[in-house]
Design a protein around this ligand. Structure first.
Ligand SMILES: Cc1cc2nc3c(=O)[nH]c(=O)nc-3n(C[C@H](O)[C@H](O)[C@H](O)COP(=O)(O)OP(=O)(O)OC[C@H]3O[C@@H](n4cnc5c(N)ncnc54)[C@H](O)[C@@H]3O)c2cc1C
Length: 361
């Protein structure tokens, strides 16, 4: 039984690590020639941690990341709005998470420089055509090729999510003194008129992951150089009270990243015949949910476990993929609905009701 995973990002590696625990013949086809330390940081939430525990990597993640036990909501003038205790939340640098997941997958399992062009299937097999590489035929395929998924385009050409209005300028600042003060607190600062927020996630080794979320229609310019990113950050939040002002001053914007996301209100189908879709390929998440990496981890582990159970009992693997879709799609739809509520509150806060803590569980 040969299984191909297209895309060796967070969801693809989690799927491979889970299948590898049972010595299944699996190959990951990854477009990139090698793993660059791209992406900055993210929040691991309880569902992502549960998935990491299921593949035996949870404790290593706890070593690499910083536990967070409090979420605090503030206004730009530093006045307190509300707080919430957190359990099983961690701040992690994205590259550390990718490196951790590759530890669970033997090196020879990953074929780099394999960019999928098209995916087709018959009743018996899945055929993968790559850019400048020989085609491959396998029994089953897992589409994990991210937000611009070529697999999804092949399977569901009409499913095209609109671009989200919300963009995020993500940075990492090395500031051990500030990280020590923040300790285990995830801080979110929301402008009262809406359309602008900042978030701070302390991580390990004195690093602080922080981000500015902004309405891309209201704040039109998309900064492309370190200097323009600094000016943009100063214009948006430079006069916000500590620690935001200090983070702006001390951040090297050369490594910052503007994250543009799409915003579906419903996930794509997560299964078609011999193919299952995991993570962003099926459901890019609104940035405000902090669920992109976490749902990708949970999808990967769920689809792998369903397949392994079918192999073990001799039942139909195609039915296992359909069951995966039935388990995950309603849950993903629920998270997306939570995301829509957060986006609405972010763009147009209702002054009558209390602002929600921007996390979706
Ligand atoms: C560069 C980057 C930075 C990010 N930064 C943050 C962040 O700071 N905070 C946060 O919360 N979230 C961030 N995200 C989003 C979050 O990481 C994703 O929601 C999460 O990784 C989803 O996992 P995934 O496996 O579905 O997709 P990804 O982790 O994006 O993995 C997709 C993989 O597929 C590969 N691929 C793409 N097309 C093909 C193809 N045609 N053939 C073969 N391989 C292909 C890609 O190279 C990539 O390795 C970032 C995403 C990216 C891509």
């Amino acid at each position: 039984m040969r299984i191909a995973i297209i895309g060796g990002g967070i969801g693809g590696l989690a799927t491979a690590a889970c299948l590898k625990q049972a010595s299944v013949d699996v190959t990951v086809y990854e477009k990139a020639a090698l793993y660059a330390r791209v992406g900055l940081g993210l929040l691991l939430l309880p569902n992502g941690m549960e998935a990491l525990d299921q593949i035996g990597l949870g404790n290593r993640a706890r070593e690499l990341a910083r536990p967070l036990d409090l979420a605090v909501l503030r206004r730009p003038d530093a006045t307190f709005v509300k707080c919430m205790t957190l359990e099983h939340h961690l701040g992690i640098v994205r590259a550390d998470l990718t490196e951790l997941l590759t530890e669970g997958v033997p090196r020879e399992t990953i074929r780099h420089s394999h960019e999928l062009k098209t995916l087709t299937q018959t009743e018996d097999c899945v055929r993968l055509e790559f850019q400048e590489q020989d085609p491959v035929e396998v029994d089953f395929a897992i589409a994990a090729d991210g937000v611009h998924s070529a697999c999804r385009r092949s399977l569901f050409p009409d499913w095209r999510p609109a671009e989200s209005r919300i963009r995020e300028l993500v940075s990492v600042c090395h500031a051990p003194d500030l990280a020590a003060v923040l300790d285990r607190t995830f801080m979110k600062i929301l402008s009262e008129e809406g359309g602008l927020a900042a978030g701070i996630v302390p991580s390990q080794r004195g690093r602080i992951i922080w981000f500015i979320q902004y309405d891309g229609r209201r704040f039109m310019d998309l900064p492309t150089t370190p200097k323009s990113r600094r000016r943009f950050a100063e214009r948006l939040v430079g006069d916000w009270k500590e620690p935001i002002g200090e983070l702006v001053d001390r951040t090297d914007f050369g490594t910052s990243y503007v994250w543009r996301t799409v915003a579906p209100t419903e996930p794509a189908p997560m299964h078609a015949g011999r193919v299952a879709l995991v993570g962003d390929s099926a459901h890019p998440m609104p940035t405000l949910t902090s669920q992109g990496a976490n749902t990708a981890l949970k999808d990967g582990v769920t689809v792998a476990e369903e397949l392994l159970a079918a192999f073990e009992t001799g039942s139909d693997p195609v039915e296992a993929l359909a069951r995966y879709d039935r388990i995950r799609r309603p849950r993903i739809a629920e998270i997306l609905r939570g995301g829509v509520r957060l986006v609405d509150d972010f763009l147009d806060p209702n002054q009558e009701t209390s602002r929600p803590i921007p996390l979706v569980h």
